[in-house]
Ligand binder design. Structure first.
Ligand code: ARG
Ligand code: ZN
Ligand code: CA
Length: 310
């Protein structure tokens, strides 16, 4: 079995002091018998953002959903329009000895992966979400402390480097340790901490980085899904409302590897969505978003990120 143990450390690095009040900030690190890569997850500090930190509690997910519903009340349905193109700024943090260097070519490949994934290009049944991504800027910081202990310097790094408004996707790459692939803020968090908004990726998860089982760039696909408001497909397990998406079957827990055909909620319809980008399967197992997820991302965009929102 692959159990969860609570720890204040990620890959030997102490977590920063909590910035706000309330949520748990310990890293959840799975035991040594777990497959690498699906292991540690880290709490995002500030407000309620705990993406990939042992998951959101049902209450936290409900609060995020309440805020979505509330924001949508002031929008007309025609305003939930296809979102169009998202400008992307990539911030590469690397060591002075060259570790963590991500070439411009690999960055372009990551953007291509996002565009293929979000247009449904990895699966004939995949939704075209309407989102497209275009690289607008790359910043490069050579800093050993920032590279090897991103999470210990996270708030400072992000407030120094962050660019643009709610509609700009900021992606940071660094060494996140052995167990952590990435994490993200949610759209609802932007207003309270605009310069902390964005996605953090282990540098070797970008295409060509050689991260075992997670080297195709779908950590980026997955984290951008959070950045656009999606929960994990296993949010709330077999219990209503699950991931708040109607066309993703319920799932008791995260998938590892590629357990096709698994049915962990036998009393609920459908097999587990292990090939969905919002599960924890290996990169070569993940193929699609659903129409319901596309709709939910468009809602979050209209409510929290669109430059045209009222
Ligand atoms: N946030 C997840 C983790 O750190 C990322 C899962 C991404 N999955 C993938 N196949 N790339 O564990
Ligand atoms: Zn996640
Ligand atoms: Ca669902």
């Amino acid at each position: 079995m692959c159990g969860l143990a609570l720890s204040g450390m990620v890959a030997g690095t102490a977590l920063p002091d909590p910035a706000g009040a309330g949520t748990e900030r310990a890293a959840a690190v799975r035991g040594p018998d777990c497959p690498p890569g699906t292991t540690a997850r880290l709490a995002e500090p500030g407000s309620d953002t705990v993406t990939d930190s042992g998951e959101l509690t049902p209450e936290q997910a409900a609060r995020y959903n309440d805020r979505l519903r509330e924001a949508l009340r002031s929008l007309r349905s025609h305003e939930i329009a296809p979102p169009g193109t998202v400008p992307v700024v990539v911030h590469v943090i690397s060591a002075t000895d060259g570790r963590g260097h991500v070439s411009d070519a690999r960055i372009r490949d990551q953007i291509d992966v996002l565009n293929t994934a979000y247009s449904g290009g990895y699966d004939a049944a995949g939704a075209d979400t309407g989102f497209r991504f275009t690289l607008s800027e790359v910043t490069r910081s050579e800093n050993d402390a920032w590279f090897s202990d991103f999470n210990g310097h996270r708030d400072r790094i992000r407030s120094e480097l962050h660019r643009g408004g709610a509609d700009t996707l900021n992606i940071y790459t660094a060494d996140l340790g052995t167990g952590l692939l990435g994490y993200s803020s949610f759209p609802q968090d932007h207003a309270a901490a605009p310069d902390q908004d964005g996605v953090v990726l282990a540098h070797d998860t970008l295409p060509g980085g050689g991260r075992e089982r997670f080297g195709l760039g779908h950590t980026g696909t997955h984290e951008v899904g959070h950045w656009l408001g999606l929960f994990h497909t296993f949010q709330n397990g077999c219990t209503t409302p699950g991931d708040y998406v109607g066309d993703t079957p319920y799932e008791r827990e995260a998938a590892a590897g590629c357990p096709q055909g698994r049915d962990s909620c036998p009393h609920r319809g459908g097999r587990d969505p292990v090939t969905n980008f919002m599960d924890y399967s290996d990169d070569d197992c993940m193929t699609h978003f659903t129409e319901g997820q596309a709709r939910r991302m468009a809602e979050h965009w209209a409510a929290f990120r669109s430059p045209h929102r009222p």
